[in-house]
Design a protein around this ligand. Structure first.
Ligand SMILES: O=C(O)c1ccccc1NCC(=O)[C@H](O)[C@H](O)COP(=O)(O)O
Length: 263
């Protein structure tokens, strides 16, 4: 059965062709030399780190907040205490772009994750040029060799990598790299269902391997935060809940729980 990930990746070949045509433009983009580290923030944090996502739309939810201004949203995220910002740059399925990434970069001084379905080095070049400090690599989308190649390429460019897994088999593969940041995505790519038990299931192995864990997707309430934090998450990545929040300040503050008493 073809999953949404298969569909997204199939479409990426068109995007990649387009990016190679636009390659010259990378020479004209003024890149910031400063690199902001999410890993350092997570390592030093006493509270749960919150990665707030700029997400206009998604395959599972359709339009979320399509017209939102990336600069405005990013400034609010920074003001209300987010530790990093994730920007979805995929256009066909999420209505995002590298231009959104650049606008967020201009607006804030936080580490920025380029959240995309990366299968080619050119996407990493664009992510860096438009202001990302870290990129996402999805184990389910990459064979081992490609995963290692892209991981090495990104780290050589000075970018951090959030390596995402959905299950034990992908986690085993991820742990063969030396990626210190492992993302556990709670969304099933076949059914779109989210279950925080995915975080709970994989937490032990991640912790024993000495890596840091980011729990991603389907996090909306204080109860969700308590669940993933008591499982051992060091950070959460939250998209839809923040993009739809009527009181964003309270929503972000609710998630910044102290890690001390919860473990
Ligand atoms: O969000 C989707 O529908 C989706 C479908 C298929 C692959 C990836 C998808 N989302 C990317 C993400 O990982 C999420 O945007 C991120 O974890 C935030 O999730 P949420 O807080 O549930 O918006």
């Amino acid at each position: 059965m073809e999953t949404i990930l298969d569909k997204i990746i199939a479409k990426k070949s068109e995007t990649i062709e387009e990016l190679y045509k636009r390659k010259e433009e990378l020479k004209t983009v003024v890149q910031s030399k400063e690199r902001r580290s999410l890993l350092n923030k997570i390592m030093q944090a006493e509270a749960l780190s919150v990665i707030a996502e700029f997400k206009r739309a998604s395959p599972s939810k359709g339009d979320i907040n399509v017209e939102k201004d990336p600069k405005e949203q990013a400034k609010m995220y920074e003001l209300y205490g987010a530790d990093a910002i994730s920007v979805l740059t995929d256009t066909p399925f999420f209505k995002g772009s590298y231009e959104d990434l650049a606008k967020v970069r201009e607006a804030v001084n936080l580490p920025i994750l380029c959240k995309d379905f990366i299968v080619d080095k050119i996407q990493i070049d664009f992510a860096k040029a438009y202001g990302a400090d870290l990129i996402l690599l999805i184990a389910a989308a990459l064979e081992d060799e490609k995963l290692h190649e892209l991981y090495t390429y990104a780290t050589k460019l000075g970018l951090e990598v959030l390596l995402e897994v959905h299950n034990e088999e992908e986690l085993e593969r991820a742990l063969k790299t030396d990626a210190p940041l492992i993302g556990v995505n709670n969304r099933d790519l076949k059914t779109f269902e989210v279950s925080l038990e995915t975080t709970e299931k994989l937490a032990g192995k991640i912790k024993n391997s000495g890596r840091y864990m980011v729990s991603e997707s389907g996090i909306a309430t204080f109860e969700d935060i308590l669940k993933v934090t008591s499982s051992g998450a060091n950070a959460v990545l939250v998209g839809e809940t923040f993009m739809k929040a009527t009181d964003l300040e309270s929503k972000i503050k609710e998630m910044k729980v102290s890690l001390g008493g919860l473990r």
